[in-house]
Design a protein around this ligand. Structure first.
Ligand SMILES: Cc1cc2nc3c(=O)[nH]c(=O)nc-3n(C[C@H](O)[C@H](O)[C@H](O)COP(=O)(O)OP(=O)(O)OC[C@H]3O[C@@H](n4cnc5c(N)ncnc54)[C@H](O)[C@@H]3O)c2cc1C
Length: 406
């Protein structure tokens, strides 16, 4: 599997992550002589960690509107139309990786065993290797340059690889310990591409609010509404209180409103529990007895007590004594509570990177650069990411496949 060569190759893929491996499997199967270069000593360092090792391989449902990008949404939609999640699922099933819905959540994992992510890596490497792809590990690419209708890929330490096409599949900056240090952004910018400033996304948020820190370990269902680049959005799911602030899927899905804001970030407004705003209003209008008891039917009791306090009410307060201003204040705390956020947990804990190479600058059918013929880009280096739950691997599969096919 590891066999250093200089080429010439049809395709040199930089990065043996999710998008690079899918591109290698696709390109090599299509008959292209393919080389995959990675600075790590093994393929799929990040992919092996996904879904806690089980690999949440594809989204269970699909809404193109859930992807975040600062590029044209039209360009995004054109890319997302190319290979549906159900076709991607068929691809994996035929390859022997059966995505299985998780009981309770319906999330699609590569396997119910902890070996799921590793088996995805093995499967893609096997398909690519069987079709003749060459893997070169411990090969850090430091530069690429067009040369006489071909590309020269320069390696740290002096080697070069020659290829007709080159693909940047080097990921973003999240979890840099897996090899993704942001080189692709630097290289794309050097080649003249517009690269939107990278920011950590799907990342836990920090808080200095001691009241919430005291709830560390508690999980509550919540909806968070905010704005990103003028676009309102609402995400819903489990929120986890931690000793440092807030985590869990819903916090991570909303975190870009804080981390990606170019000016003052918009507030993250929380609606606590499963009731929507009108159900909470009805509860407050028709409740009897202690207010804390009614809130506790929908919320963990310690959170209910804290929210009551934040609304300026005593823990033993009863509905009978709740006047209109008190009710409106409690309703606001329950349905539009500004999450007290003071920072985020950084690249080491961000599941993906926001920002990246502008989507308008790649052809949606081939992921080929519109500036440089023969240069392709795939995966997290591009300016798009989706919510937690298989959406980002789907983006890597999709863009890797389009680039590999081309
Ligand atoms: C802990 C964790 C869990 C996750 N779980 C899920 C999940 O369950 N489902 C989901 O959809 N998404 C998940 N994600 C997100 C998903 O893993 C990424 O979106 C996806 O792996 C990105 O793929 P990629 O190919 O773009 O980049 P990467 O997988 O990061 O691969 C990039 C590769 O490029 C190599 N590289 C970088 N620079 C160079 C260079 N100069 N020379 C040579 N090689 C280089 C790196 O070594 C790396 O191997 C998770 C992310 C994390 C961090």
């Amino acid at each position: 599997m590891i066999s250093p060569r200089e080429g010439p190759f049809d395709l040199a893929i930089i990065g043996a992550g999710a998008s690079g491996l899918m591109a290698a499997a696709t390109g090599a199967r299509a008959g292209m002589s393919t080389v995959v270069l990675d600075l790590n000593d093994r393929p799929g360092a990040k992919l092996s960690l996904t879904g806690g090792g089980r690999c949440n391989i594809l989204p269970a449902d699909f809404d193109p509107g859930a992807y975040v990008t600062s590029s044209s949404r039209n360009s995004l939609a054109k890319i997302l139309r190319r290979w549906s999640p159900s076709l991607a699922r068929s691809f994996f099933e035929e390859a022997g990786v059966r995505p299985e819905p998780e009981e309770g959540t319906g999330k699609l994992f590569a396997s119910s065993t902890t070996d799921g992510a590793a088996s995805v890596v093995r499967t893609l490497v096997r398909i690519a290797s069987d079709a003749g792809a060459v893997f070169m590990f411990r090969s850090r690419v430091i530069d690429i340059e067009p040369s006489g209708g071909r590309w020269k890929v320069r390696l740290e330490g002096g080697g070069t690889v020659d290829a007709r096409s080159v693909m940047i599949a080097t990921g973003g900056r999240s979890w840099p310990g897996t090899g993704s240090g942001g080189w692709g952004f630097t290289m794309a910018a050097r080649l003249g591409h517009r690269v939107r400033q990278a920011y950590p996304a799907l990342v836990p948020l920090r808080s200095e609010d001691a009241g919430f820190a005291g709830l560390s370990g508690i999980v509550v269902h919540a909806a968070i509404s905010s704005r990103f680049e003028g676009r309102p959005f609402t995400v819903e799911g489990p929120l986890l209180f931690t000793h440092r602030g807030f985590s869990g899927p819903v916090t991570m899905d909303a975190s870009h409103a804080f981390t990606g804001a170019e000016e003052a970030p918009a507030a993250l407004l929380v609606r606590w529990g499963r009731p929507d705003a009108s159900e909470w209003e009805r509860t407050l209008l028709s409740g009897k007895g202690r207010i804390l008891g009614a809130l506790g039917e929908h919320l963990p009791s310690r959170l209910a007590a804290l929210l009551l306090e934040r609304a300026g009410l005593r823990p033993e307060a009863r509905f009978a004594e709740l006047d209109r201003p008190g009710r409106l204040s409690l309703l606001a705390v329950l349905t539009r509570f500004p999450l007290p956020v003071c920072g985020h947990c950084g690249w080491d804990e961000a599941e993906v990177t926001g920002g990246g190479v502008a989507l308008e600058e790649v052809d949606p059918g081939s992921m080929e650069s519109r500036l440089h013929p023969g240069l392709h880009l795939a995966g997290e280096v591009l300016d798009a990411f989706g919510p937690v739950g298989g959406w980002n691997l789907y983006w890597a599969w999709l863009t890797g496949r389009m680039a590999g096919r081309a």
